[in-house]
Every structure is written in structure tokens, then in C-alpha cells.
Write a new protein. Structure first.
Length: 336
């Protein structure tokens, strides 16, 4: 196991999931399917209602899931997993993913799936600022990466640990690219996080949707879909900002675990999330479904204007995965 994966395991030992005996009582196990993230709660309920397959929610992040999958490689507990794309590429290299081409495989663009079916995109999200307006207590809504460095936002900014959680790494890539860096040079991003420490940021390892809604975190580096969910479904005074300097959008993927104990049930669950109904659930949760035809027009109208999304930059996802370990090592040495 790589040193990076060992750190994931050590940092998350209390959070890591189920024992084999507990798992055996379930119909199928999914690693990293938390009810508060991307409205997995609705998706899991629908899977149970439509397929009869019960999948318990799981609050690991991508790094924790990968670490446990590698640790359990000789005796797998999970059947399927949901990961940020860079972690899925690593999981494939570690040999913990089986091949499976789910329902509507042909609708997935070729650059958003492994050609052999080790992983495939279910939906994507755009990185930005999820802002609890009430928590700002009259302060202006930040509009740029540089705004977050202002003293007035001290104690208000949060981001998930980029050395562990995929969404945290995406935030790091986004700010690095926006400030002139590249996947070959993370110096601008590292310097940014160093500067941000003066504002005493909150850096959790787990999804922090509830902490943002409660006002404990006022400004969270997060995806558009979580902000729209808070605004339109939870009726919270939340706004989403695509920073002026730019940002990135990334896919989230799923895959079947190699030697999964309930592989057939895992395949059925994967088929459902790629069905018209499953993809529509993602869309109603304000995620961009990988099958574009599943995005309802009334939902799309609730997104920020196209002019804002024009600041989203393209990125080499394969290369993003390749350099993740190097970034993580540097972040831990220079920022933490």
C-alpha cells in the first residue's frame, strides 16, 4: 500500500465502515454514499423501492474509501463504490475495481469512462463558493479567490482536507489553475492555502453540508449542486459563486468492486443509477447527469447563467489523478 493510502487509513480509522459480519446482513454495500452528499439519500431510497436492493448510507470520503478497498482487497466487503475520478484511476491501478458496463453505457462520452468498464461517470459538479448569507452577518458575498483572503472573512471559510477528500483536492486544483498554476506546478495553490491560514479556515475531512447550513461554516469550497440543493430544497439563504478568476468542473464516477460479495446486486444498483429514472434523480439534485438528455429544463433554469459557467476551465482528468499524490505530499509538508 502506498504511503498516501496508509495516511488515508490512519487518518480515518474511526470513520472507516463496516465489518464483514455487519456487511453480510445487507443486500449490497456501497463505499462513499453519504445521504447528505449529492442527495444520495434520495438515490438510495429509489434503489430500494425499484430494485429491492437495500444499501446502507456510508460517510467515507473518496480517500478513505480507496484506503479501505485496498486494505480489504483479499477479502472485499463492499460491492460498489462512488469516487472522485482521480481516486477511481488510483483504485483501478490498485486492482480493486472489476469491469462492468452498466445500462446506457453507450450514452457516456468516451472521455468520461474507462473503456473496459472499471469506472464510469454518473454526474459532474462545478467547484465554487457555497455561501451561507446569514452567517456573513452583513459582510459582502465573496466573488473571487482573493476575496477569501480578506480579514473580514476570518473564521468563516471552510474547505475539505485536500490531502484526503476528493472535493478538497478539486478545490486545490481549481484555485491553483485560477491563479496561474498548472497540474505541473502547484506553487500558486500551495501559496494560496498558506496565505489562507491567517484567516483560520475550518478544514474537516468529511462532507460539511450540515455545518454550512447551520452557519458554523459561512463559506465552503464546494460544488454547485450542493449549493442549489440548499437554496431550492432546504430553503436556506445560500448562494453559489463561481469565482471571478475561474474554476473547474469534475466528474464523479462509480464502479463494481473486484470479487464483490454481492456482485449481482451491485450491478443492478449501478444499472439503476444510469437508468432514465436514476439519472433524473441526480438532475433533480442539481447534478449534471452524464446522460445530458436526463437534465430537465426547469432544473437547468435554476443554475447560474451561462456567462458564469463560461469561467469554468477544462482540465486533464488523467493527469489530475497522476499528480494527486505529489500535491498531497506537498500540502501536508508546507500547509498542514
Amino acid at each position: 500500500m502506498s504511503s498516501l493510502l496508509k495516511r488515508f487509513a490512519q487518518a480515518s480509522v474511526l470513520a472507516l465502515g463496516f465489518t464483514a459480519s455487519a456487511a453480510s446482513a445487507q443486500t449490497a454495500i456501497c463505499y462513499n454514499c453519504p445521504t447528505e452528499w449529492a442527495d444520495w439519500g434520495t438515490q438510495l431510497k429509489a434503489i430500494k423501492e425499484k430494485t429491492g436492493i437495500a444499501i446502507p448510507p456510508d460517510n467515507k470520503n473518496s480517500g478513505q474509501s480507496l484506503a479501505q478497498l485496498v486494505a480489504e482487497k483479499s477479502n472485499p466487503v463492499a460491492d460498489i463504490t462512488y469516487l472522485g475520478i482521480s481516486f477511481a484511476v488510483q483504485a483501478q491501478k490498485e486492482g480493486v475495481l472489476d469491469t462492468y458496463k452498466p445500462l446506457n453505457w453507450e450514452d457516456i462520452p468516451s472521455d468520461l469512462k474507462d473503456p473496459d468498464g472499471h469506472w464510469f461517470t454518473t454526474h459532474s459538479g462545478t467547484m465554487g463558493f457555497m455561501v451561507n448569507v446569514d452567517a456573513l452577518d452583513g459582510k459582502p458575498i465573496p466573488q473571487s479567490w482573493q476575496d477569501l483572503l480578506k480579514p473580514e472573512y476570518k473564521g468563516l471559510v471552510g474547505y475539505l482536507d485536500p490531502s484526503s477528500a476528493f472535493v478538497g483536492y478539486v478545490g486545490a486544483v481549481a484555485v491553483n489553475e485560477a491563479l496561474g498554476g498548472s497540474l505541473e506546478d502547484f506553487t500558486p495553490g500551495i501559496n494560496y492555502f498558506k496565505s489562507l491560514q491567517a484567516n483560520e479556515p475550518i478544514v474537516p475531512k468529511q462532507t460539511s453540508y450540515a455545518r454550512l447550513l447551520s452557519g458554523e461554516i459561512g463559506i465552503l469550497l464546494d460544488y454547485d449542486f450542493n449549493a442549489y440543493r440548499a437554496k431550492y430544497k432546504d430553503q436556506a439563504n445560500v448562494e453559489f459563486v463561481i469565482p471571478a478568476e475561474g474554476t473547474v468542473a469534475v466528474p464523479y464516477v462509480m464502479g463494481l468492486i473486484a470479487n464483490a460479495p454481492h456482485a449481482d446486486n451491485g450491478r443492478k444498483a449501478l444499472d439503476f443509477v444510469m437508468s432514465d429514472e436514476g439519472q433524473a434523480i441526480w438532475a433533480r439534485a442539481f447534478l449534471r447527469p452524464v446522460r445530458a438528455q436526463a437534465m430537465p429544463k426547469d432544473v437547468e433554469a435554476k443554475f447560474l447563467p451561462a456567462a458564469d459557467y463560461s469561467r469554468v476551465k477544462a482540465i486533464d482528468y488523467g493527469r489530475m489523478a497522476d499528480v494527486q499524490r505529489d500535491f498531497s505530499d506537498r500540502y501536508m509538508k508546507e500547509v498542514r
